[in-house]
Design a binder for this molecule. Sequence first.
Ligand code: MN
Ligand code: MN
Length: 290
Amino acid sequence: MAEKDDWLKAGKIAGEVLNYAKSIAKPGLKLIDIAKKVDAKIYELGAKPAFPVNLSLNSVAAHYTPNVNDEKVFNDGDMLKIDVGVQVNGAIGDTALTVGGDEELVKASREALNAAIKEAYAGNEVRMVGKVIQETISSFGFAPVKNLSGHGLSEYVIHSGKTIPNYDNGDQTLLQEGDTIAIEPFATDGDGLVIEGALSNIYRLDNVKPVRDMKARKIVKFVEENYKTLPFARRWLEEKFGNVSFALMLLVREGVLHSYPQLKERSNGMVAQSEHSLYIGDKSVVTTKI
Ligand code: MN
Ligand code: MN
């Protein structure tokens, strides 16, 4: 079982990896080259990915990771969200920032996160966290993305337990000592709602059951052993098994794997994201702050 130290360690490494990702993410680079370096850095620091680094451009708010032969480039003027997940014995650090694009929009999400962290203590209602996020982002003249939210973190599970809203949704659930959560304000110059779009290249094991196809069976075994219930990237399978298109299609159709869709702002607004993970107490610890 993961101890508090594991949560602190996963957070610290996630923070270091995000900092590294920011330092290398320069316009002109292919997303795949950024992703490979981020993957390598996580292992170099003695941890494993909790999910594939999300590299989402412009109006895509979240859930994009490149494939092996992906041609997508982070171009000058693009707004790039970098969202890093790290795990140590199942304990998770989940942290994100935004580079490029409109600096005010980026600042709105970052300041909303800072304000939210001040409200994240044992005994406070989750809606109060959402309230300051909404107020902060609105003060910049932008909108929070209402149908994306922060979340509880538990061992080997990225989204579990409490929902940490990005607006005052009236939820009076109390934060409690020992809760592990992520807070992630998304700010947009659009409507403030995301819809599901194209494939993200991110998958998760949903329901293990017998499959006849040999390659699909090998993939399921590999995923169970290496990623358990955590999301994984198509590229990680491509690196090991070559072409996995047919097997993935089969496994998604059979309900063995869940395929995450990209989440795109409905009105094509630009989206900025900032995220930290916290260990809640009277005085909470921001585990991903370095
Ligand atoms: Mn995240
Ligand atoms: Mn998160």
